[in-house]
Design a binder for this molecule. Structure first.
Ligand code: PEP
Ligand code: MG
Length: 588
């Protein structure tokens, strides 16, 4: 007698990497490499084996080129850069030299060599575990898998789905994302992957809710299960009962109501109840973010993280290409100012070619402006591209993680030389670019007045300022409890910087995540910050805070907070004083 399957309700938890709630039927997606048979290859047959491999490499390359085209059309050019990066890896030493050499040396089939090479790569001693490094590892794994699948004749061109489904897998690799038929994938669940994995980025850009890092998802979920996933909280409910379905239907309705309420704020002035204007700007990483920034009412770009296109494309972008990119962003923002930050590479943001030059303490090493000053060619190329683009709008130049005044003197001297050189070549900025430093380390906050004497503005990068003040790695979950924006030591450094802005008459803004957190935003406004820059999706949430408080009340509260001793005290105090809803006070 056939046993009837019991659809048991199970709750799973992962990391919400692409917001939104999806409800639908599960489909388990199998993209794993199965064990490869190892067989000997005669010496005389080696040339044929290598020919077979080279043909596979060429097919994978042409498939990647097609993927880049599809993604450019369906998602965007920056995401398509993921596949350009994979093409670049394909022509590197590993695939072009090391693999064929191993076939010759070990006299075994090439699939087996690739399997060994992948195993060696995955088992290599861990270096820095930043998100960018994880992305590169995912790419290398993806390419191995694509070549092996092709060699064992398993390469799919497109998956066929018979319904709209929520796909679940151990891991989604970037190439998988091009195989999904449009409109049929309602959501994604994966055991591996995090917030900044390439697939997470592609899911967000495609507006597909996704939860990753769900342990043992494939053991709990089978084809045909009914699923609910929440891409903000990371919750997954397998076979929800009617109560759960009702709860999530309500959540969907509430989210829609919040969206409507936020949309009604778009045209309102951003000013406090006592009529003090607060300038809300957007942080962007790609040209594609400009649309969302404009739609949410940003009156400028407060931070353009220019290293991200380099990382997604996985190569140094030439001057002309950089110029085109900056020009598109500047013209996209029309008359509004665009703050272009020079490369912030290093730390966890490393290019593949640097993966093997691992530093013992990358966040304290050759990071950010130190990297640019170490490679002046790269720095001056970027400055030239920015200056050429400044002919099309109002540009502000921002230098990240400056720690000493000597460094600043070198930066401004290099800038002066490049400015002169492009001037001689006929470049005429529409408005002379303003120069600014990021305040991201205690040394620059303590010396803020001297820094501001030498530049036009400063922008506080609170993400790093917290990390370096509290000596807590911003990406390390083991110590995340210590990473608090409300820590009075952090607040004191911010207050000191704001005061330096007042005494020098120079503008001080905030572009770290504190700008988008309601509790922090109140503290910042209270300390005297009038310009906040944040991810575009948070602009309206912060506008709602701005229009509902008075600047004087915020100033009184900030003064009191500055005399407190713990982060918890500060947070509780602000939540209560301004009656902020607890669940949204400092989260999504
Ligand atoms: C910061 O550190 O606050 C910042 C805005 O820079 P990033 O997050 O890119 O390091
Ligand atoms: Mg920073």
């Amino acid at each position: 007698m056939a046993k009837e399957r019991v659809h048991k309700q199970i709750r799973l938890k992962g990391i919400g990497v692409s917001p939104g709630i999806a409800m639908g039927t599960a489909e388990v997606y199998r993209n794993e490499l199965e064990d490869i048979t190892v067989y000997p290859v005669e010496k005389e047959a080696v040339a044929d084996e290598i020919r077979r491999y080279v043909e596979a490499l060429e097919s994978v390359e042409s498939h990647l080129r097609e993927s880049a085209e599809i993604v450019t059309e369906k998602i965007g050019t920056t995401e398509a850069g993921i596949f350009d990066a994979q093409i670049a890896l394909l022509s590197g030493t590993l695939f072009r030299k090391t693999v064929p050499a191993a076939v010759k040396r070990d006299l075994i089939n090439v699939e087996a060599v690739l399997q060994n090479s992948l195993r060696d790569f995955l088992n290599a001693p861990p270096g820095p575990q930043g998100e960018e490094i994880k992305k590169r590892q995912q790419d290398i794994k993806d390419i191995h898998r694509q070549i092996i699948h092709l060699l064992v004749k398993k390469n799919p061109q497109c998956i066929i789905l018979y319904d709209t489904v929520i796909l679940t897998a151990r891991e989604f690799l970037p190439s998988d994302m091009t195989l999904f038929p449009p409109g049929q994938v309602l959501g994604l669940i994966a055991e591996m992957g995090g917030m900044n994995s390439h697939t997470a980025i592609m899911a967000r850009s495609s507006a597909i809710p996704a939860v990753m890092g769900v342990e043992k998802a494939s053991s709990f979920i089978t084809n045909g299960d009914f699923l609910i996933i929440d891409g903000s909280t990371g919750d997954v409910v397998v076979n929800p009962d009617s109560d759960d379905q009702e709860i999530y239907n309500e959540k969907i309705a509430r989210a829609r109501a919040i969206r409507d309420r936020m949309e009604s704020l778009i045209d309102l002035e951003s000013e406090t109840t006592d009529r003090r204007a607060v300038t809300l700007m957007a942080n962007i990483s790609r040209f594609e973010d400009v649309g969302q920034a404009r739609r949410n009412g940003a009156v400028g770009i407060g931070l353009f993280r220019t290293e991200i296109p380099f990382l997604m494309g996985e190569h140094f972008i030439a001057e002309e290409e950089q110029y085109q990119l900056y020009r598109k962003v500047i013209t996209g923002m029309e008359a509004y100012p665009v703050t272009i930050r020079t490369l912030d590479l290093g730390g966890d943001k490393v290019l593949t070619q640097d993966l093997f030059n691992r530093e013992a303490n990358p966040f304290l090493g050759l990071r950010s402006i130190r990297f640019s000053l170490r490679y002046p060619e790269i720095f001056t190329t970027q400055l030239r591209a920015i200056l050429r683009a400044s002919a099309f709008g109002r540009v502000k130049l921002l230098f990240p993680m400056v720690t000493t005044l000597d460094e600043l003197a070198t930066i401004t001297e290099i800038y002066r030389q490049v400015r002169e050189e492009v001037g001689r070549q006929g470049v005429k900025p529409l408005v002379e670019p303003l120069l600014g430093v990021m305040i991201e380390v205690p040394s620059s906050a303590l010396m803020a007045e001297s820094f501001l004497d030498r530049v036009d503005f400063a922008s506080i990068g609170t993400n790093d300022l917290i990390q370096y003040t509290l000596a807590v790695d911003r990406g390390n979950r083991l110590v995340s409890e210590l990473y608090s924006p409300y820590n009075p030591a952090v607040l004191k450094l911010i207050d000191m910087t704001v005061k330096a802005g007042k005494s020098t008459g120079k503008e001080v803004s905030v572009c770290g995540e504190m700008a988008s957190d309601p509790v922090s935003a109140i503290l910042l406004l209270g300390m005297g910050i009038n310009i906040l820059s944040m991810e575009p999706r948070y602009l309206l949430r912060i506008k709602e805070v701005v229009i509902s408080i008075s600047k004087d009340a915020a100033a009184r509260a900030a003064r009191k907070a500055l005399s407190m001793n713990t982060a918890r005290e500060v947070e509780e105090f602000i939540i209560e004083r301004f009656a902020l809803p607890r669940e949204t006070a400092s989260s999504e």
